[in-house]
Design a protein around this ligand. Sequence first.
Ligand code: FES
Length: 84
Amino acid sequence: MPRLNSIADLERRRSELLADHAADQPCVTICSGTGCHALRSDKVNQAVVDELQRQGLDGRVDILRTGCHGFCERGTIVTILPLG
Ligand code: FES
């Protein structure tokens, strides 16, 4: 990704990302903060990727690695959007 040097660059990049993403596409978020990473969030991520592929849904569901949600002791935190 090219370096963003101005607000105009940032707005252009935002428009590009929004154009590439369907607003109604489901998304699985997987916390990758320090606590969840220590609890092997990488394995959870791989399991989600594998299951989406197995069900033929890869490319139809976004997977987003996030930062800490503040519930580290309950990790790995996973949410499914828009279901919450
Ligand atoms: S690191 Fe995942 S909730 Fe804090």
